[in-house]
Design a protein around this ligand. Structure first.
Ligand code: SF4
Length: 207
């Protein structure tokens, strides 16, 4: 990550400058549709920016690799905000809705830190710590995998019929990742699943 403090061209000035150049063509196209984007553009440029040390980074969510600026308070060791980086040749300051919400990946007071659990046969939910749920999931995945692990199986043979092959897998466990899993998490997660012999590994966020 490279620091951007101290540059002569501020991000706001950059946006204003490119808005004039890029905006000319877009404005002409919108004018044909009877839409004037200038009030919206002016409002966006007025939006208060959280001040801090600007650190260039890359969105953690997908392989597009959009550029981000992470605004930090080094003294407090805190992230103040995360926005698109106009200097990025890939995204030119833009972020998709998921990338634009990256700040909430780090700072989110509304995030659930407990889980609801209903024991078998029970008619009520209990609150349990997240660490308790993690241990339960790990125990059950291990037990299910061990009970349904295939060291070998019959597979179609080239010469016809079947042949016994060493496969070391299980079809009893599947993994479906979510859109909030970042690149590094996905990488480690698929390694974990494959080491368990899980072959059904999928993610709902695909580009
Ligand atoms: S998730 Fe969105 S903002 Fe992030 S890299 Fe992918 S396209 Fe860009």
């Amino acid at each position: 990550m490279a620091e951007r403090n101290g540059g002569k061209l501020t991000r706001r000035a950059f946006l204003k400058g490119t808005a004039g150049v890029v905006g000319t063509g877009v404005a002409a196209e919108l004018a044909v549709l009877g839409i004037d984007p200038r009030p919206v553009e002016a409002k966006a440029l007025e939006a208060p920016l959280k001040k801090g040390k600007e650190v260039a980074s890359v969105c953690p969510y997908c392989a597009v690799g959009c550029g981000q600026i992470v605004m930090v308070d080094p003294a407090a060791g805190k992230i103040l905000d995360i926005q698109g980086n106009p200097d990025s040749p890939i995204s030119e300051g833009t972020l998709c809705p998921k990338g634009a919400a990256t700040y909430q990946l780090v700072v989110n007071p509304q995030r659930w830190t407990k889980v609801k659990y209903r024991a078998p046969g029970s008619d009520r939910w209990e609150e349990k710590p997240l660490s308790w749920a993690m241990d339960r999931i790990a125990e059950r995945v291990k037990a299910t995998r061990d009970a349904a692990f295939n060291e070998s199986q019959d597979v179609p043979a080239a010469a016809g019929g079947t042949a016994r092959k060493r496969v070391m897998n299980t079809y009893a466990v599947a993994s479906l990742g979510g859109a909030t899993m970042d690149n590094e998490w996905n990488y480690i997660h698929q390694k974990l699943m494959h080491s368990l012999g899980v072959v059904f590994v999928e993610n709902q966020a695909r580009i």
